[in-house]
Design a protein around this ligand. Structure first.
Ligand code: ADP
Ligand code: MG
Length: 329
Protein backbone atom coordinates (compact mmCIF):
# COMPACT_ATOMS: atom_id res chain seq x y z
CA UNK A 1 0.00 0.00 0.00
CA UNK A 2 1.39 3.39 -0.89
CA UNK A 3 1.00 6.63 1.00
CA UNK A 4 -1.49 9.33 0.03
CA UNK A 5 1.31 11.88 -0.10
CA UNK A 6 5.00 11.10 -0.47
CA UNK A 7 7.60 13.82 -0.11
CA UNK A 8 11.19 12.83 -0.85
CA UNK A 9 14.32 14.92 -0.40
CA UNK A 10 12.55 18.24 -0.64
CA UNK A 11 14.93 21.18 -0.90
CA UNK A 12 13.73 24.79 -1.00
CA UNK A 13 16.02 27.79 -1.30
CA UNK A 14 15.27 31.46 -1.68
CA UNK A 15 17.55 33.81 -3.55
CA UNK A 16 17.70 37.03 -1.53
CA UNK A 17 19.95 40.10 -1.40
CA UNK A 18 21.50 38.73 1.78
CA UNK A 19 22.34 35.45 0.04
CA UNK A 20 20.68 32.10 -0.48
CA UNK A 21 18.28 31.14 2.29
CA UNK A 22 18.39 27.36 2.75
CA UNK A 23 14.85 27.10 4.06
CA UNK A 24 14.22 23.37 3.61
CA UNK A 25 17.10 20.90 3.38
CA UNK A 26 16.17 17.40 2.28
CA UNK A 27 12.84 16.78 3.94
CA UNK A 28 11.15 13.38 3.38
CA UNK A 29 7.89 12.17 4.87
CA UNK A 30 4.71 10.26 4.03
CA UNK A 31 1.11 11.00 4.85
CA UNK A 32 -1.19 8.00 5.12
CA UNK A 33 -4.88 8.19 4.21
CA UNK A 34 -7.01 9.54 7.05
CA UNK A 35 -4.22 10.25 9.51
CA UNK A 36 -3.56 13.42 11.48
CA UNK A 37 0.09 14.34 11.04
CA UNK A 38 1.34 17.29 13.06
CA UNK A 39 4.41 19.19 11.92
CA UNK A 40 5.90 21.07 14.85
CA UNK A 41 8.88 23.36 15.32
CA UNK A 42 9.83 26.88 16.28
CA UNK A 43 9.13 29.78 13.98
CA UNK A 44 11.44 29.70 10.95
CA UNK A 45 12.02 25.94 10.98
CA UNK A 46 10.61 25.49 7.46
CA UNK A 47 7.10 24.19 8.21
CA UNK A 48 5.15 26.61 6.03
CA UNK A 49 7.67 26.53 3.19
CA UNK A 50 7.41 22.72 3.14
CA UNK A 51 3.62 22.93 2.92
CA UNK A 52 3.68 25.66 0.27
CA UNK A 53 6.12 23.61 -1.81
CA UNK A 54 3.81 20.60 -1.66
CA UNK A 55 0.88 22.79 -2.69
CA UNK A 56 2.85 24.35 -5.52
CA UNK A 57 2.22 27.79 -4.06
CA UNK A 58 5.78 29.14 -3.81
CA UNK A 59 6.68 31.87 -6.26
CA UNK A 60 9.62 30.71 -8.38
CA UNK A 61 11.75 32.79 -8.29
CA UNK A 62 12.61 33.77 -5.57
CA UNK A 63 12.04 30.16 -4.48
CA UNK A 64 13.96 27.24 -5.97
CA UNK A 65 12.25 23.93 -5.31
CA UNK A 66 13.69 20.49 -5.95
CA UNK A 67 12.91 16.99 -4.73
CA UNK A 68 13.36 13.43 -5.82
CA UNK A 69 9.59 13.21 -5.56
CA UNK A 70 6.41 14.92 -4.38
CA UNK A 71 3.66 12.43 -5.17
CA UNK A 72 -0.03 12.68 -4.35
CA UNK A 73 -1.84 9.39 -4.99
CA UNK A 74 1.18 8.52 -7.10
CA UNK A 75 0.86 11.67 -9.24
CA UNK A 76 4.04 13.70 -9.55
CA UNK A 77 3.14 17.17 -8.27
CA UNK A 78 6.53 18.60 -9.19
CA UNK A 79 5.78 17.92 -12.83
CA UNK A 80 2.14 19.03 -12.63
CA UNK A 81 1.06 22.09 -14.62
CA UNK A 82 -0.21 25.17 -12.76
CA UNK A 83 -3.72 24.34 -14.06
CA UNK A 84 -3.54 20.81 -12.73
CA UNK A 85 -2.34 22.07 -9.33
CA UNK A 86 -5.17 24.60 -9.22
CA UNK A 87 -7.66 21.83 -9.99
CA UNK A 88 -6.26 19.70 -7.18
CA UNK A 89 -6.30 22.56 -4.66
CA UNK A 90 -9.77 23.11 -3.31
CA UNK A 91 -10.83 19.68 -4.49
CA UNK A 92 -8.60 16.72 -3.54
CA UNK A 93 -6.23 18.86 -1.52
CA UNK A 94 -7.38 21.83 0.50
CA UNK A 95 -5.65 24.28 2.74
CA UNK A 96 -6.42 26.42 5.78
CA UNK A 97 -4.12 29.29 6.70
CA UNK A 98 -3.55 31.14 9.96
CA UNK A 99 -5.30 34.31 8.88
CA UNK A 100 -8.71 33.69 7.30
CA UNK A 101 -9.02 37.38 6.35
CA UNK A 102 -6.35 36.96 3.67
CA UNK A 103 -8.19 33.96 2.22
CA UNK A 104 -11.68 35.46 2.31
CA UNK A 105 -12.85 38.12 -0.09
CA UNK A 106 -14.14 41.07 1.97
CA UNK A 107 -16.68 42.18 -0.65
CA UNK A 108 -18.52 38.89 -1.11
CA UNK A 109 -21.03 37.21 1.18
CA UNK A 110 -19.62 34.27 3.10
CA UNK A 111 -22.19 31.84 1.69
CA UNK A 112 -21.36 32.89 -1.84
CA UNK A 113 -17.65 32.28 -1.27
CA UNK A 114 -18.26 28.77 0.00
CA UNK A 115 -20.72 28.12 -2.84
CA UNK A 116 -18.10 29.27 -5.37
CA UNK A 117 -15.63 26.70 -4.09
CA UNK A 118 -18.29 24.01 -4.53
CA UNK A 119 -19.27 25.21 -8.02
CA UNK A 120 -15.67 25.43 -9.18
CA UNK A 121 -15.19 21.71 -8.68
CA UNK A 122 -18.70 20.22 -8.89
CA UNK A 123 -21.44 20.26 -11.54
CA UNK A 124 -24.14 21.78 -9.34
CA UNK A 125 -26.61 24.64 -9.78
CA UNK A 126 -26.19 27.94 -7.94
CA UNK A 127 -29.06 27.03 -5.70
CA UNK A 128 -27.61 23.63 -4.83
CA UNK A 129 -24.22 25.20 -4.14
CA UNK A 130 -25.80 27.80 -1.84
CA UNK A 131 -27.66 25.06 0.03
CA UNK A 132 -24.38 23.14 0.38
CA UNK A 133 -22.79 26.31 1.81
CA UNK A 134 -25.53 26.61 4.42
CA UNK A 135 -25.22 22.90 5.27
CA UNK A 136 -21.46 23.31 5.66
CA UNK A 137 -21.89 26.31 7.95
CA UNK A 138 -24.25 24.18 10.03
CA UNK A 139 -21.70 21.37 10.12
CA UNK A 140 -18.94 23.66 11.39
CA UNK A 141 -21.19 25.02 14.11
CA UNK A 142 -21.92 28.51 12.82
CA UNK A 143 -25.18 29.45 14.57
CA UNK A 144 -28.08 30.68 12.47
CA UNK A 145 -26.39 29.54 9.23
CA UNK A 146 -29.13 30.74 6.87
CA UNK A 147 -28.69 34.38 7.77
CA UNK A 148 -24.94 34.11 8.52
CA UNK A 149 -24.42 32.87 4.95
CA UNK A 150 -25.71 36.23 3.72
CA UNK A 151 -23.22 38.20 5.82
CA UNK A 152 -19.75 39.49 4.95
CA UNK A 153 -16.45 38.27 6.47
CA UNK A 154 -16.02 41.39 8.66
CA UNK A 155 -19.28 40.52 10.40
CA UNK A 156 -17.67 37.30 11.71
CA UNK A 157 -15.37 36.98 14.74
CA UNK A 158 -11.90 35.46 14.25
CA UNK A 159 -13.06 32.07 15.51
CA UNK A 160 -16.17 32.13 13.32
CA UNK A 161 -14.09 33.12 10.30
CA UNK A 162 -11.83 30.13 10.91
CA UNK A 163 -14.95 27.94 11.01
CA UNK A 164 -15.88 29.35 7.61
CA UNK A 165 -12.39 28.46 6.35
CA UNK A 166 -12.84 24.90 7.59
CA UNK A 167 -16.25 24.74 5.89
CA UNK A 168 -14.62 25.86 2.65
CA UNK A 169 -11.74 23.45 3.07
CA UNK A 170 -13.98 20.42 3.46
CA UNK A 171 -16.58 21.56 0.89
CA UNK A 172 -15.41 19.08 -1.73
CA UNK A 173 -14.48 16.18 0.55
CA UNK A 174 -10.72 16.49 0.13
CA UNK A 175 -8.43 13.51 0.63
CA UNK A 176 -5.77 15.78 2.10
CA UNK A 177 -6.22 18.84 4.26
CA UNK A 178 -3.27 21.08 5.07
CA UNK A 179 -3.83 23.45 7.99
CA UNK A 180 -1.00 25.90 8.69
CA UNK A 181 -1.24 27.27 12.26
CA UNK A 182 -5.04 27.52 11.92
CA UNK A 183 -5.57 28.56 15.54
CA UNK A 184 -2.45 30.60 16.29
CA UNK A 185 -4.26 33.93 15.97
CA UNK A 186 -7.16 32.91 18.22
CA UNK A 187 -7.85 33.12 21.97
CA UNK A 188 -7.08 29.96 23.87
CA UNK A 189 -10.71 28.93 24.43
CA UNK A 190 -11.64 29.61 20.81
CA UNK A 191 -8.50 27.73 19.77
CA UNK A 192 -9.72 24.62 21.54
CA UNK A 193 -13.12 24.88 19.85
CA UNK A 194 -11.61 25.28 16.40
CA UNK A 195 -9.22 22.37 16.96
CA UNK A 196 -12.13 20.23 18.11
CA UNK A 197 -13.97 21.21 14.99
CA UNK A 198 -10.99 20.37 12.81
CA UNK A 199 -10.96 16.92 14.40
CA UNK A 200 -14.66 16.55 13.69
CA UNK A 201 -14.23 17.73 10.10
CA UNK A 202 -11.40 15.25 9.63
CA UNK A 203 -13.51 12.41 10.99
CA UNK A 204 -16.52 13.31 8.83
CA UNK A 205 -14.54 13.63 5.60
CA UNK A 206 -11.89 10.99 6.35
CA UNK A 207 -9.31 13.47 5.04
CA UNK A 208 -5.70 12.97 5.97
CA UNK A 209 -4.59 16.15 7.69
CA UNK A 210 -1.24 17.87 7.96
CA UNK A 211 -1.58 20.21 10.91
CA UNK A 212 1.27 22.69 11.23
CA UNK A 213 1.86 24.21 14.65
CA UNK A 214 4.60 25.64 16.84
CA UNK A 215 2.69 24.42 19.89
CA UNK A 216 3.46 20.97 21.26
CA UNK A 217 0.27 21.20 23.32
CA UNK A 218 -1.68 21.18 20.06
CA UNK A 219 0.31 18.15 18.92
CA UNK A 220 -0.53 16.28 22.13
CA UNK A 221 -4.19 17.10 21.65
CA UNK A 222 -4.47 16.27 17.96
CA UNK A 223 -1.75 14.15 16.38
CA UNK A 224 -1.58 10.53 15.39
CA UNK A 225 1.94 11.08 14.17
CA UNK A 226 4.39 13.95 14.60
CA UNK A 227 7.20 15.38 12.51
CA UNK A 228 9.56 17.67 14.44
CA UNK A 229 11.36 20.25 12.30
CA UNK A 230 14.38 22.33 13.16
CA UNK A 231 16.49 24.57 10.90
CA UNK A 232 14.81 23.35 7.71
CA UNK A 233 15.08 19.63 8.41
CA UNK A 234 13.23 16.87 10.19
CA UNK A 235 15.03 16.07 13.43
CA UNK A 236 12.59 13.47 14.75
CA UNK A 237 9.44 11.75 13.66
CA UNK A 238 7.24 9.05 15.04
CA UNK A 239 3.84 8.25 16.42
CA UNK A 240 2.81 10.78 18.99
CA UNK A 241 2.74 8.41 21.97
CA UNK A 242 6.27 7.20 21.32
CA UNK A 243 7.73 10.64 20.68
CA UNK A 244 6.14 12.11 23.81
CA UNK A 245 7.05 9.16 26.03
CA UNK A 246 10.53 8.57 24.68
CA UNK A 247 11.86 11.48 22.61
CA UNK A 248 15.19 10.66 20.96
CA UNK A 249 16.30 14.08 19.80
CA UNK A 250 17.53 16.79 22.21
CA UNK A 251 15.42 19.39 20.39
CA UNK A 252 12.23 17.38 20.90
CA UNK A 253 13.23 16.87 24.51
CA UNK A 254 13.76 20.63 24.84
CA UNK A 255 10.32 21.34 23.39
CA UNK A 256 8.77 18.86 25.79
CA UNK A 257 10.59 20.40 28.76
CA UNK A 258 9.13 23.78 27.83
CA UNK A 259 5.59 22.39 27.79
CA UNK A 260 3.46 22.97 30.88
CA UNK A 261 2.87 19.68 32.65
CA UNK A 262 0.32 18.80 35.26
CA UNK A 263 2.97 17.16 37.42
CA UNK A 264 5.20 20.24 37.53
CA UNK A 265 5.12 23.84 38.65
CA UNK A 266 4.99 26.36 35.85
CA UNK A 267 8.11 27.98 37.36
CA UNK A 268 10.09 24.92 36.35
CA UNK A 269 9.42 25.49 32.67
CA UNK A 270 12.67 25.61 30.78
CA UNK A 271 12.46 27.20 27.36
CA UNK A 272 15.29 26.23 25.00
CA UNK A 273 17.89 28.96 25.20
CA UNK A 274 19.64 30.40 22.17
CA UNK A 275 18.23 31.02 18.72
CA UNK A 276 17.69 29.07 15.49
CA UNK A 277 20.53 28.72 12.94
CA UNK A 278 21.25 31.30 10.27
CA UNK A 279 19.79 29.70 7.16
CA UNK A 280 21.94 31.82 4.84
CA UNK A 281 25.09 30.29 6.31
CA UNK A 282 23.91 27.07 7.98
CA UNK A 283 26.36 25.20 10.20
CA UNK A 284 28.29 22.29 8.65
CA UNK A 285 27.39 19.95 11.48
CA UNK A 286 24.15 19.49 13.36
CA UNK A 287 21.94 22.59 13.05
CA UNK A 288 20.96 22.24 16.72
CA UNK A 289 24.52 21.82 18.07
CA UNK A 290 24.89 25.43 19.24
CA UNK A 291 21.89 25.05 21.58
CA UNK A 292 22.24 21.40 22.44
CA UNK A 293 23.21 20.14 25.90
CA UNK A 294 24.18 16.76 24.44
CA UNK A 295 26.52 18.35 21.88
CA UNK A 296 28.51 20.35 24.43
CA UNK A 297 32.22 19.67 23.94
CA UNK A 298 31.68 17.18 21.14
CA UNK A 299 33.43 17.67 17.79
CA UNK A 300 31.28 15.27 15.85
CA UNK A 301 28.16 17.42 16.33
CA UNK A 302 29.98 20.42 14.87
CA UNK A 303 31.72 18.68 11.97
CA UNK A 304 29.21 16.10 10.77
CA UNK A 305 25.53 16.64 9.95
CA UNK A 306 23.50 13.77 11.40
CA UNK A 307 21.02 12.10 9.05
CA UNK A 308 17.58 10.91 10.08
CA UNK A 309 18.05 7.29 11.18
CA UNK A 310 15.32 4.78 12.00
CA UNK A 311 15.24 3.68 15.64
CA UNK A 312 12.15 1.50 15.49
CA UNK A 313 9.41 1.08 12.89
CA UNK A 314 8.02 4.56 12.24
CA UNK A 315 10.35 6.31 14.72
CA UNK A 316 13.45 8.17 13.54
CA UNK A 317 15.91 10.68 14.97
CA UNK A 318 18.66 12.84 13.48
CA UNK A 319 21.03 12.91 16.45
CA UNK A 320 24.46 11.26 16.58
CA UNK A 321 23.89 10.53 20.25
CA UNK A 322 20.22 9.52 20.25
CA UNK A 323 21.08 6.42 22.29
CA UNK A 324 21.97 8.63 25.25
CA UNK A 325 18.42 9.92 25.27
CA UNK A 326 16.82 6.59 26.05
CA UNK A 327 14.95 7.10 29.30
CA UNK A 328 16.15 10.71 29.48
CA UNK A 329 12.82 11.99 30.73
N1 ADP B 1 9.91 34.39 0.31
C1 ADP B 1 10.94 34.15 1.11
N2 ADP B 1 12.14 34.71 0.88
C2 ADP B 1 13.20 34.46 1.67
N3 ADP B 1 13.17 33.68 2.75
C3 ADP B 1 12.00 33.08 3.05
C4 ADP B 1 10.82 33.28 2.26
N4 ADP B 1 9.82 32.55 2.79
C5 ADP B 1 10.34 31.94 3.87
N5 ADP B 1 11.63 32.24 4.04
C6 ADP B 1 12.55 31.76 5.08
O1 ADP B 1 12.49 30.36 5.12
C7 ADP B 1 12.62 29.91 6.45
C8 ADP B 1 11.50 28.96 6.80
O2 ADP B 1 10.31 29.72 6.87
P1 ADP B 1 8.89 29.09 7.23
O3 ADP B 1 8.70 27.82 6.49
O4 ADP B 1 7.89 30.16 7.00
O5 ADP B 1 9.04 28.79 8.78
P2 ADP B 1 7.91 28.28 9.79
O6 ADP B 1 6.63 28.10 9.03
O7 ADP B 1 8.44 27.00 10.35
O8 ADP B 1 7.82 29.34 10.84
C9 ADP B 1 12.69 31.15 7.33
O9 ADP B 1 14.03 31.42 7.63
C10 ADP B 1 12.10 32.21 6.47
O10 ADP B 1 12.63 33.47 6.78
MG1 MG C 1 4.81 29.06 9.31
Amino acid sequence: MSALLEVRDLVVEFGTEAGTVHAVNGVSFDVEPGEMLCVVGESGSGKSVTAMAVLGLLRRPPARVSASGIRFRGEDLLAATPDRLRALRGDDISVIFQDPMTALNPVHRVGKQIAEVVRLHRPVTRKQAWQRAVDLLTLVGVPDPDSRARQYPHEFSGGMRQRVMIAMAIANDPALLIADEPTTALDVTIQAQVLGLLRKAQRETGAATILITHDLGVVAEMADRVVVMYGGAIVEQGDVTTVFAAPRHPYTLGLLESLPRLDRDTEELTPISGSPPNLVAPPVGCTFAARCPVAAGRDRCVTERPGLVPLAPGHASACHFHEELVMAR
